[in-house]
Design a protein. Structure first.
Length: 413
């Protein structure tokens, strides 16, 4: 018995061909549509988006300039005078007459202490002085012991005793006076002379006592006056450190007083530039609080020695501050004109890229960029003066600076 191979039904073949044909047609349609979309809507690659394409930028030539040679320095402004005012006597605070920021003149009262005790002591000292003056008598301005009553009486007794002794001696010589009477007269004269010397010494001692009492009275009066604490100089109150009722001693400050007109600023001068700095030299001072204002100052004090650690000379500039705009402690920058000039170049302000405290320019040479860090001397609205980093005549890029870097190819426009 012969077996024949199984074949699919004849009616199924046309359906399979039809499905295959539809599938291929759909794929071709999708491919054609994709090609059309790619050709019509996709952006064309331009040379500017090509990483290898040159960056288009404008350029400008660095122009030669001259700048006055200046010494730049920075530091803090200091008060011309600053004092931690302390009392001269100890006592309890009764009044505080100033507050922080108050302006005072030399001698103005700042604080008053309890003065009752000082008044009592001064009155007692005056009474003691009066008693000492009464013991002396006479003119204490031109003291003469012989002018006092006590010494005059002793001198009179001495003179009487000496006269009696002379008469007794004459009588004793003639035999009219006994030896005992003559001896008595001699002793009386000697005693009178000693009494006179004692009276003179006593009056001198009283005068010295008067001088001592006078010193005590003056000290008591001064202590009474010192119970009012006064400003040692004209200035402003920076700190108030006590309150009413507190007990203060000469070791405790009650007020911090500063003189703010003028102010001082220390400037360190390198040893190689010492010869260019002199007294009354002009100084320009700037502070961040007033960025558009320049304060004129002058060199006033120059140190006598160079610091061994920094090899620099310290000079102090005085900054007038009549309007009180500046305050001690402000950070400031100073420029001292040294009288000479130095070379510089100017470039457009848009040619300088400043980031993170450094300034850079991009020098264009032979179609490529050289990135350089520069030292800026002055910065204006339209141009910048550069001390170091660019030579006169070199061309610097002015556009698309953020796309430039060392070695980048550029095309000048």
């Amino acid at each position: 018995m012969k077996h024949s191979r199984l074949r699919p039904p004849a009616q199924g073949r046309p359906l399979a061909r039809l499905a295959l044909t539809l599938t291929m047609t759909a794929a071709a349609s999708l491919s054609l549509a994709a090609c059309k979309r790619s050709g019509a809507g996709a952006p064309q690659v331009t040379p500017s988006n090509d990483p290898a394409a040159p960056v288009r930028t404008g350029t400008a030539a660095a122009q030669p300039r001259e700048l006055p040679d200046v010494l730049s320095a920075s530091g803090s402004l200091m008060a011309d005078m600053q004092s931690e005012v302390t009392p001269l006597v100890a006592g309890r605070v009764m009044q505080v007459l100033v507050e922080r920021g108050a302006r005072v003149r030399e001698g103005d009262p700042l604080v008053r202490l309890r003065e009752v005790d000082f008044r009592t002591t001064a009155a007692q000292a005056q009474a003691t002085l009066g008693q000492a003056r009464a013991r002396i008598g006479g003119d204490v301005g031109r003291f003469d012991p012989e002018a006092t009553a006590e010494v005059r009486a002793a001198a009179a007794n001495r003179d009487l005793a000496e006269d009696a002794l002379r008469r007794a001696q004459q009588l004793h010589t003639s035999g009219a006076l006994s030896d005992s009477d003559f001896q008595r007269a001699t002793l009386q004269a000697t005693a009178a002379r000693e009494q006179y010397r004692s009276a003179v010494n006593g009056v001198r001692g009283a005068y010295y006592g008067y001088q001592q009492a006078q010193a005590v009275a003056q000290q008591a009066a001064r202590a009474l006056d010192d119970s009012t604490i006064r400003a040692p100089f004209s200035g402003e109150v920076a700190e108030r450190k006590i309150n009413v009722g507190e007990y203060v001693t000469p070791q405790r400050a009650v007020v911090t007083l500063v003189r703010t007109d003028p102010l001082r600023m220390e400037i360190q001068v390198p040893q190689e530039r010492i010869a260019a700095v002199h007294r009354d030299q002009a100084v320009e001072v700037r502070v961040d609080a007033y960025p558009d204002r320049v304060f004129a100052a002058t060199v006033r004090y120059i140190s006598a020695a160079v610091r061994a650690d920094s090899r620099s000379l310290i000079v102090e500039a005085l900054v007038p501050n009549a309007d009180g705009a500046l305050r001690p402690g402000l950070f400031a920058t100073a420029r001292v004109a040294l009288g000479t000039r130095r070379a510089a170049v100017s470039v457009p302000a848009r040619a300088v890229l400043s980031e993170a405290g450094s300034s850079r320019v991009f020098v264009v040479a032979n179609g490529r960029v050289q990135e350089r860090v520069v030292t800026v001397a002055e910065r204006g609205e339209t141009e910048v003066l550069i001390e170091r980093g660019v030579a006169a005549g070199e061309r610097v890029a002015t556009d698309n600076l953020t796309r430039l870097g060392d070695g980048v190819q550029v095309a000048e426009q």
